[in-house]
Design a protein around this ligand. Structure first.
Ligand code: COI
Length: 354
């Protein structure tokens, strides 16, 4: 839906940017000077405003706090070699945002509000895009129910916001992953394909237990048999077996349709890999590890970009990898970085000029 809408702009009196060292940034801790805020009331979006980043005032009965009608997206902005600002594939995030909204019984966010709002906000805070390699401006659009009522039903009122956070790499080093046998992230018929806030809260116990065992994250398996792989932590996952890249398919609606996942599929094909989106069992992975055909395992995500997995543990069986010898994962990562930072031709039209 495209609707002509006015976005009011109220600029901050001064910038906080000079207080920040853009060269050394943890993920998601610092926020830019401005934010976008809009209200859904009586069936329409109103009060659309870009304004100084500030706290929200909310009632303790705010519906989202009680029943979790809350969704979000992760998008990134980069600077090219000439200092021009671009956003990576925001249309795909826009589409996914409204898929999440539908699953969570929330209103559609119009394209103009999401896309133009994001463009104007990033344009205003473009100086916050770090220039350092592997750094970017993380864009966080989100929506939550805002009725002041603790009855369980979809709200009548919602808030849509976008905030910006300059950031470095999410996972610094190759990861050690515990194959999860007890907890599940998503079941068929559930909300696994939606970027619902509760999916992330529900994952924290399994992650904490994996960390106690010395692992960085878990590999989520299917909820009924714990036999087929789904995702790693907050990332989609790829296995290079022989000359084939295999990633779980989306048909069960248990997996997030990652924008970086889609980009990796495209680049792997360009590199000459056969790409298969299909079910993949832990037995097949172990068999490929044992016969030497399992070459690489890596995760993809907006925050994580492309992250190597150097160890996978299933029960007592440990699979270790020598990541120095890998080809597919480092190439996907460097091509993607080069496209984003303007050193490689954007032949798929992924970069959206701000
Ligand atoms: C992203 O990759 O953008 C995510 O949403 C993961 C996140 C929760 C940090």
């Amino acid at each position: 839906m495209t609707v002509a809408m006015d976005i009011a702009i109220n600029k901050a009196e001064s910038s906080k940017l000079q207080d920040l060292n853009l060269d050394n940034l943890p993920f998601g801790r610092y926020f830019s000077d401005h934010m976008l805020e809009a209200d859904y009331e009586n069936g329409e979006w109103k009060n659309i405003e870009i304004k100084p980043y500030q706290p929200l005032l909310m009632s303790p009965s705010l519906a989202a706090l009680h029943y979790g009608q809350a969704i979000f997206e992760g998008v990134k902005a980069y600077k090219d070699q000439n200092g021009n600002a671009f956003i990576f594939r925001p249309q795909d995030n826009f589409r996914r945002f409204n898929i999440s909204a539908e699953r969570m019984q929330m209103p559609v966010v119009p394209e103009e509000l999401f896309m133009e709002g994001m463009k104007k906000l990033v344009g205003l805070d473009r100086n916050w895009i770090p220039s350092k390699p592997d750094h970017s401006l993380y864009i966080r659009p989100f929506m939550f129910s805002s009725d002041e009522l603790i009855g369980v039903r979809p709200s009548d009122n919602y808030k849509f916001m976008i905030i910006l956070s300059p950031t470095g790499p999410y996972y610094g080093a190759p990861m050690r992953i515990y194959v999860e046998e007890k907890y599940s992230r998503a079941a068929s018929g559930g909300v696994g394909y939606a970027k619902a806030a509760g999916n992330y809260g529900a994952a924290m116990l399994a992650t904490a237990e994996a960390k106690k065992k010395g692992y960085d994250q878990v590999l989520w398996m299917d909820a009924s048999e714990h036999k087929y792989v789904q995702e790693i932590g907050t990332m989609n996952v790829f296995f290079i077996i022989g000359n084939t890249a295999i990633t779980p398919d989306l048909s069960q609606e248990t997996i997030l349709e990652g924008v970086t996942r889609q980009s990796a599929i495209t680049l792997l094909k360009e590199m000459g890999y056969q790409v298969e989106e299909r079910t993949l069992s832990i037995d097949e992975i172990i068999a490929a590890y044992k016969d030497g055909s399992l070459k690489e395992v890596f995760g993809t995500g907006t925050a994580a970009t492309v992250t190597m997995i150097r160890e996978l543990r299933y029960k007592d069986f440990v699979m270790e990898f020598d990541t120095d010898k890998w080809k597919a994962c480092p190439t996907v990562k460097s091509w993607l970085t080069d496209i984003r930072e303007g050193r490689r031709e954007d032949r798929y039209g992924w970069m959206w000029a701000v």
